[in-house]
Design a protein around this ligand. Structure first.
Ligand code: UTP
Length: 287
């Protein structure tokens, strides 16, 4: 597998007013924007042909991955070689392509813009506003590995507390090893009592190109938008689909609380901040 699609056209209403002029994918975790973590995750899975789906007002994403010669010259002249190398490395990460979603008609609609880019190959989808962390293998690499085993679409699954099932797409399925599930049903945002499991679809997917045929047949659904989950339901009728309980954690940076928690967690993982942040946290008075 070599292709990844990153939907990043969504408006970001949950993070207003910040997202009025700046795309939510440019929100930083410490010193890197969210979109860079996402691209790095795709590259770590061996996916170096990347299509980012954007919309008006998201030019900063393109600027971030384009070389900035004046800045590079300036850093070179002032001998800031480490920083210069870091910036150049960003441009060398992958072949990044862009397409504009003409109208914000939902995630399913955004993904359908990738059909031409994907062709007849399997591909991964990584939501552009969500970072994952894992102490074993990056989450997308885990999905690619599972795809190679089952040769069918695989979505990342995360276990959530039962009372939160009503916020997510939930699966029901069977498993032999407790991590790879053969999916027999997707239920969108079920109340806890109706949820078939507490395993939810977690912002990373690997699909065969048949998803595009299903997207074409998908009518507008919740919020009058074309929902990717609805297309997945159609796909289940004729194609096997799997869910992988991934080893890792999801950080939905488009959600303010998740952003705050993730910033602290990421700072605690950086050697230069770890001790100072840990000590500072202890001094905070909570009442
Ligand atoms: P969200 O559900 O987070 O919606 O989209 P949103 O519109 O981006 O954000 P809020 O709810 O207004 O704060 C999930 C993913 O689907 C992409 C988003 O960019 C995000 O990666 N998306 C959503 C699109 O690319 N196009 C759309 O029309 C909708």
């Amino acid at each position: 597998m070599r292709k990844a699609v990153i939907p990043a056209a969504g408006f970001g209403t949950r993070f207003l007013p910040f997202t009025k002029a700046v795309p939510k994918e440019m929100i930083p975790l410490i010193d890197k924007p969210v979109i860079q973590y996402v691209v790095e995750e795709a590259v770590a899975a061996g996916l170096t042909e990347i299509l980012i789906i954007i919309s008006g007002g998201k030019m900063a994403i393109q600027d971030h991955f384009n070389p900035e010669f004046a800045l590079e010259q300036r850093l070179e002249k002032s001998g800031k070689t480490a920083l210069l190398e870091e910036l150049r490395a960003i441009n060398r990460l992958a072949n990044i392509h862009y397409v504009y979603q003409q109208e914000l008609n939902g995630l399913g609609d955004a993904v359908s813009y990738a059909e031409c880019f994907v062709g007849d190959e399997p591909f991964a989808i990584l939501l552009g506003d969500t970072v994952t962390s894992s102490d074993t293998m990056p989450v997308t690499a885990q999905l690619v590995k599972a795809y190679e085993k089952v040769n069918a679409s695989v979505v990342a699954l995360e276990e959530v507390p039962w009372e939160k099932t009503s916020r997510y797409g939930v699966i029901s399925g069977k498993t032999d090893d407790g991590s790879l599930y053969k999916v027999d049903k997707f239920v969108e945002k079920p109340a806890p009592a109706e949820a078939p499991s507490n395993l939810v679809i977690a912002s990373r997917y690997v699909f065969t190109p048949s998803i595009f045929e299903c997207l074409k047949k998908t009518p507008r659904g919740k919020g009058n938008e074309i929902q990717l989950t609805d297309a997945m339901l159609l796909m289940l009728q004729n194609h096997p689909m799997y869910g992988l309980k991934v080893n890792g954690k999801r950080h939905d940076i488009g959600n303010k609380l998740d952003f705050i928690k993730s910033t602290v967690e990421f700072a605690l993982q950086r050697p230069e901040f770890k001790t100072q942040i840990a000590e500072w946290l202890k001094t905070l008075k909570l009442d």
